[in-house]
Ligand binder design. Structure first.
Ligand SMILES: [Zn+2]
Length: 160
């Protein structure tokens, strides 16, 4: 390091999230709590891909690898995410007014590659501009919805 790093070493205090706080999907959280992650992720697939990925996860929420039907290559949720982003997220039924708020916000993050966004930005993306405060309350509350949490750029460093 050539520059003084003192400022970077000071961990910012956990501030109460505001409308300026950016959120994202915390995949570490999913690793710790999200046994049903792939089942949930799969639920965002379009009809065509629901059929293609097949019902290989059983009812206990046990997670199985996805085997590509043609290449027999086994992959993990990367393939699911790729499919979601490259196809399903572009379908008109991906985000509708009937999609629950939490699901809709989650789908925004899947579609944008989990780039952190503020509550007003999320509200705009899901076409519910007036719900920014509702989204903020949901994402900033004690209960973590689907692993969506405040984005802290340096939070991952000490966890690894
Ligand atoms: Zn699809």
């Amino acid at each position: 390091m050539t520059e003084p790093a003192a400022a970077a070493l000071v961990r910012p205090p956990l501030l109460r999230p505001t409308l300026h706080t950016r959120f994202h999907i915390d995949f570490d959280w999913w690793e710790r709590h999200g046994r049903e992650y792939r089942v949930y992720l799969r639920s965002h697939l379009c009809e065509q891909h629901q059929a293609e990925f097949g019902p290989e996860a059983d009812g206990d929420g046990r997670l199985l690898d996805w085997v590509h039907p043609r290449t027999a290559q086994v992959s993990h949720l990367d393939q699911l995410q790729y499919t979601l982003r490259s196809h399903c997220a572009r379908q008109s039924e991906y985000l509708t007014q009937r999609t629950s708020m939490v699901d809709a916000v989650f789908r925004v993050f899947i579609a944008n590659g989990n780039q952190p966004l503020t509550a007003p930005e999320l509200a705009a993306r899901i076409g519910r501009e007036r719900q920014a405060n509702t989204i903020l309350r949901a994402l900033a509350g004690r209960r973590v919805y689907k692993g969506m949490r405040p984005f802290q750029p340096d939070a991952g460093i000490e966890e690894k």
